[in-house]
Design a protein around this ligand. Structure first.
Ligand SMILES: *[C@@H]1O[C@H](CO)[C@@H](O)[C@H](O)[C@H]1NC(C)=O
Ligand SMILES: *[C@@H]1O[C@H](CO)[C@@H](O)[C@H](O)[C@H]1NC(C)=O
Ligand SMILES: *[C@@H]1O[C@H](CO)[C@@H](O)[C@H](O)[C@H]1NC(C)=O
Ligand SMILES: *[C@@H]1O[C@H](CO)[C@@H](O)[C@H](O)[C@H]1NC(C)=O
Length: 379
């Protein structure tokens, strides 16, 4: 019984590609084409990929651009007259951040070989709003940097070598991306006073339960997206702001969820707990009966039964668990025999994945009768 499996595999593939290719590759040395007359083109076999340079001495030299119409434009960067507030220094093999001109609001420094962020470059950079430092070699961000740029809104420092969350982050921050580092420490008060932060991405680090205290996130009263996937948590993190809309905890070692864990959330719509150690024992019966929830992903766990969910839920991923049977009558968020002339009472579930369990067709009739909006079910 397969409906929409093509869609599923396409979707899965897309997601996978998204996870693997979120970064642009490092710049290759520009290979100059010899100016010759036309030659018949012979297809060349793809050579082996260039190894990533390890030592600073292996790094290719910085790429210098032509002189700019702006005298304050660093030679490593491009300053476009159409975007006078942007400083484009990405993909230039930069090792040291150049002195940032006063007019710069948006700094693009991604895909370089920067190893440390120190305040010297920022003496005049008081107007900076966004910094993209993704895909460098940064192991330290000196906290005095942030004293120079008090109005910073976005800090993107994913795919670096940070071992802890930087200290002294400005209270003005709205987005903080620190995924794909080696973070195993969050200094006390690291997120204090950040009442405007809406996105915090700590995906793919080395955070364990003891790194997340009850008060770690307490000031983040505007937080909407929290990504703690691919860490080494065994417990659900405590003290998560109730403003959250998206909570991603995939690929940890979480075994159970406290009974009232989601009780105070008022906007929670997306919860991902794929690839954890959840079993029926660790999951209170109605823990996911959350009326704001639209998308719940619990694939690759050890669940033996389908958890109870609210009639507003639209997407449910339960693939690759140990589910042996599914009882639509039990599962149905309303009484199947009740009068259903009122369509608003019909459960909203549209997409259900149950593949990789111990189920065999056919899909039980009570499931089909209850979930009338189902467009795709993967069995
Ligand atoms: C800082 O900005 C001022 C005013 O634009 C300029 O005169 C000065 O040279 C700048 N200093 C540095 C270190 O760039
Ligand atoms: C938070 O955002 C509001 C509204 O944009 C702004 O007035 C306030 O100054 C911001 N807070 C900080 C600490 O930057
Ligand atoms: C689930 O939540 C609804 C409110 O959205 C409530 O009426 C219902 O009793 C809950 N069911 C269980 C089993 O907790
Ligand atoms: C499903 O659950 C209902 C209510 O507990 C029960 O009456 C029914 O026999 C079950 N159906 C199956 C196929 O086990």
């Amino acid at each position: 019984m397969k409906a929409g499996t093509g869609l599923v595999s396409a979707l899965a593939l897309l997601l996978l590609m998204g996870a693997v290719f979120t970064q642009r590759p490092r710049p290759k040395k520009p290979t100059r084409r010899p100016v010759t007359t036309r030659k018949p083109s012979v297809p060349q076999p793809a050579g082996p990929a260039q190894p990533e340079p390890q030592e600073p001495t292996d790094f290719p030299p910085p790429i210098l651009g032509p002189p700019s119409m702006y005298p304050d434009c660093p030679r490593e960067c491009l300053c476009s007259p159409s975007y006078p507030n942007s400083l484009n220094c990405e993909n230039r093999n930069i090792r040291v951040i150049p002195v940032i001109p006063f007019r710069a609001h948006y700094l693009y420094l991604q895909n370089n070989y920067i190893s440390e962020v120190t305040p010297e470059a920022f003496v005049n950079a008081t107007e900076v709003r966004w910094i993209n430092l993704a895909n460098n070699r940064i192991h330290r961000i000196n906290k005095q940097v942030f004293e120079k740029i008090p109005a910073l809104l976005y800090l993107y420092a994913q795919h670096n070598q940070l071992k802890e969350v930087p200290s002294g982050l400005p209270a003005s921050l709205e987005q903080l991306r620190l995924s794909r580092n080696r973070i195993s420490k969050i200094p006390a008060g690291a997120f204090n006073k950040m009442g405007n932060l809406t996105l915090l991405d700590l995906y793919n680090n080395q955070l364990s339960d003891s790194d997340l205290g009850k008060n770690t996130f307490k000031d983040l009263t505007s937080l909407m997206q929290l990504n703690l996937a691919r860490n080494i948590l065994k417990k659900m993190p405590a003290g998560i702001p109730s403003s959250l809309i998206q909570l991603f905890l995939d690929r940890n070692n979480i075994e159970d969820i406290p009974k009232d864990y989601f009780r105070d959330f008022t906007h929670l719509a997306f919860v991902r707990l794929n690839r954890n150690q959840l079993s029926d024992k660790g999951m209170p019966k109605a823990v996911f009966n959350i009326s704001t929830l639209l998308d719940l992903q619990l694939s690759h766990n050890q669940l033996a039964s389908v958890p109870l969910f609210n009639s507003h839920l639209e997407h449910l991923h339960l693939n690759h668990n140990s589910i042996e049977s599914i009882n639509g009558t039990l599962l149905c968020p309303f009484n199947l025999l009740a009068d259903l002339s009122d369509d608003s009472l019909v459960p909203k579930l549209r997409y259900l994945r149950l593949d990789g369990n111990h189920l065999s067709p056919p899909i039980p009739l009570d499931v089909i009768m209850c979930f009338r909006h189902l467009r795709s079910i993967v069995f």
